[in-house]
Design a protein around this ligand. Structure first.
Ligand code: NAG
Ligand code: NAG
Ligand code: NAG
Ligand code: NAG
Length: 255
């Protein structure tokens, strides 16, 4: 407990030192950079009356991949915003038709935390709205992937980003992840990425696509105190491919 508090205080000191030094910590996702228009045409926002709450990725003409927790919350008064990087400007809003989690999804320890949201009708595909390929393999330990997201710029905070940001995240070994923080979230069908204080996903980035080799290889699954050094977990999309494809009724992509 004391150990944890000390770590947290050190983390906060580190963050505020960096904030002071750079003077604009609040103007960016934790460590990210702003995304040029059209770079991630598959990225969508799950939005309700409160605003953006989860990320997702278009994987078919009416199908969005996200995590289980996000698809569950999308049952209630949520819309899918596609085709824009700026949540206050442009894009198209689609109504949610159905939401899915696999059998065994656990809303407490986030086992099997994968989800699908189907929209009413179909997405209009153009250069700002396009599907991404599903994962054909997990990223190797040590490799880097990219996460686009509208999540919080600092933590704790309640203000989601208006602009889409991106960060690069490196996969770390399961044993390192387990030792550091993930006892309460079993690492079953999950992999972890390094959280080095400077680059971190945060609330609002959950459910978003971890992109490597032009495939969605992970969906952001669990976070703990963003940007304070705890590794983050991602669901292994390749493990869930058959389930996703059967729910979405999409054909296997050529490998
Ligand atoms: C997308 O296409 C439109 C119309 O064809 C064009 O005006 C726009 O510049 C394109 N945007 C990107 C990001 O390529
Ligand atoms: C929007 O969704 C978030 C996340 O599920 C929830 O906390 C919030 O209460 C929702 N807002 C409304 C108005 O339903
Ligand atoms: C959804 O929105 C409708 C209309 O605004 C409202 O009556 C209903 O209570 C909302 N449901 C939830 C679960 O927030
Ligand atoms: C992580 O730790 C838990 C509990 O200590 C253990 O049951 C599990 O096998 C470990 N997983 C990995 C991948 O090391």
């Amino acid at each position: 407990m004391i150990y944890k508090i000390v770590i947290t205080i050190l983390g906060l000191l580190f963050l505020s030192a960096e904030g002071l030094e750079l003077g604009h910590l609040k103007s960016r996702i934790i460590g990210g950079t702003i995304v040029p228009v059209g770079k991630y045409p598959f990225v969508v926002s799950l939005t309700n009356a409160t605003g953006h709450h989860c990320g997702g990725a278009i994987i078919g003409e009416n199908c969005v991949l996200t995590n289980g927790r996000c698809s569950l919350s999308a049952r209630k008064n949520t819309t899918v915003v596609a085709g824009t990087n700026n949540l206050k400007l442009g894009g198209k809003v689609y109504q949610v038709y159905q939401t899915f989690q696999p059998p065994g999804y656990n809303n407490i320890n986030y086992m099997y935390n994968i989800g699908v949201v189907k929209i009413v009708g179909k997405f209009t595909f153009d250069n700002t709205t396009m599907p991404i390929r599903l994962s054909t393999s997990d990223p190797p330990v040590g490799s880097s992937c990219t996460l686009p997201g509208w999540g919080l710029h600092s933590w704790p905070s309640t203000t989601m980003s208006t602009d889409l940001y991106e960060i690069s995240l490196k996969r770390i070994p399961d044993l390192v992840c387990n030792r550091t923080s993930q006892k309460e979230f079993p690492l079953i069908y999950k992999f972890c990425t390094e959280n080095n204080y400077k680059h971190a996903p945060c609330t609002g980035d959950l459910g978003g696509p971890l992109v490597c080799d032009n495939e969605v290889k992970g969906t952001v699954s669990t976070l703990k105190e963003c940007g304070t050094g705890y590794p983050d977990t991602h669901e292994k999309v390749v493990h869930w491919r058959d389930w996703i494809e059967s729910v979405c009724k999409i054909k296997h992509c050529p490998k």
